[in-house]
Design a protein around this ligand. Structure first.
Ligand code: CP
Ligand code: NVA
Length: 308
């Protein structure tokens, strides 16, 4: 069963093939953005459940549009609507949904919910973000980097800020795609050791530094994300802001990276907190391509899951 649960849990050749297919599908579109004929019907007759236990703009719309562009149909469900939120077990939910739909995408809190759903479902399950990882986002980010600058292998990616779920999937990708990764942020917000170990074990150079200016020296890509994630308690907001202020991505920081370095943010962004308007809207920013590429990357992920 081709579940897409995490980048470290997916074969590296399969990941590479997904990025290449996403790029091919994107560039095969006609001048009006319509998919090439071969790409319009792979999901014909397929029903995809999109389950959201947290808010979403990009994931919700890009999956829905992606399925429809490939000839399939979607059902968007909030956690509160399902019996899942009212005491039915995840295993039983997985068994029942598998009798109705061909593919399940879920955005949830605990990683254990995703894992249990995948264990008991007889259809593929895709991770649309958990508290710990966000693999679909990083597939879109890799596609975006390669479109602009060529192969990501051997490049230096710098993450400035909170070592969160998106950062974790970047570390998985460093190991699978062979790039180096530097984290800069306060020690209390370091990425989990398990993620760092995965990348290092596969030969990536992973560095942790408290000095953001030192971190970005030689960077090909600078990335940040919100300082307070959806699963974080809002009561941490003030403390987080104090801890992370020095790690804001601004023009001064970007000027210390390579001159052709790109800037990425998975969005939604908090302008003038983790990143300034000047960087968000500046010449090194590829955030809108990054958002669009969720669509193309996930279409390839869904085709891989369904073998179509
Ligand atoms: N980047 C991302 O996953 O955005 P949404 O929360 O809007 O889906
Ligand atoms: N780290 C953020 C990513 C949102 C797409 C969160 O989990 O809220």
């Amino acid at each position: 069963m081709n579940h897409f649960l995490d980048i470290h849990a997916t074969d590296a050749d399969a990941l590479r093939a997904m990025i290449d297919q996403a790029r091919a599908m994107k560039s095969a579109r006609d001048g009006r953005g319509r998919a090439a004929p071969d790409d319009t019907q792979p999901l014909a007759g397929k029903m995809v459940a999109l389950i959201f236990e947290k808010p979403s703009t990009r994931t919700r719309v890009s999956f829905d549009v992606g399925v429809r562009q490939m000839g399939g149909q979607t059902m968007v469900l909030s956690g509160a609507e399902l019996q899942l939120g009212h005491g039915e077990t995840i295993a039983d939910t997985a068994r029942v949904l598998s009798r109705f739909v061909d593919l399940i995408m879920i955005r949830t809190y605990e990683e254990s919910v995703l894992q249990e759903l995948a264990e008991y479902a007889s259809v593929p399950v895709i991770n649309g973000l958990t508290n710990r990882t966000h693999p679909c986002q990083i597939m879109a980010d890799l596609l975006t980097y390669e479109e602009h600058r060529g192969p990501i292998a051997g490049r230096k990616v710098v993450w400035s800020g909170d070592g969160n779920n998106v950062c974790a999937s970047f570390l998985h990708a460093a190991g699978q795609f062979g790039f180096d990764f530097t984290f800069t942020g306060p020690p209390t917000l370091d990425p989990e050791a398990e993620f760092i170990r995965f990348a290092r074990d596969r030969g990536s150079k992973v560095e942790i530094t408290r000095d953001p200016m030192e971190a970005v020296a030689g960077a090909d890509l600078v990335v940040t994300d919100t300082w307070v994630s959806m699963h974080d308690s809002q009561s941490t907001k003030e403390r987080r802001h104090n801890q992370l202020r020095a790690y804001q991505v601004n023009e001064r920081l970007m000027a210390a990276a390579k001159p052709d370095a790109l800037f990425m943010h998975c969005l939604p962004a908090h302008r003038e907190d983790e990143v300034t308007n000047a960087v968000m809207d500046g010449p090194q920013s590829v955030i809108w391509d990054e958002a669009e590429n969720r669509l193309h990357a996930q279409k390839a992920i869904m085709r891989w899951c369904l073998g179509v």
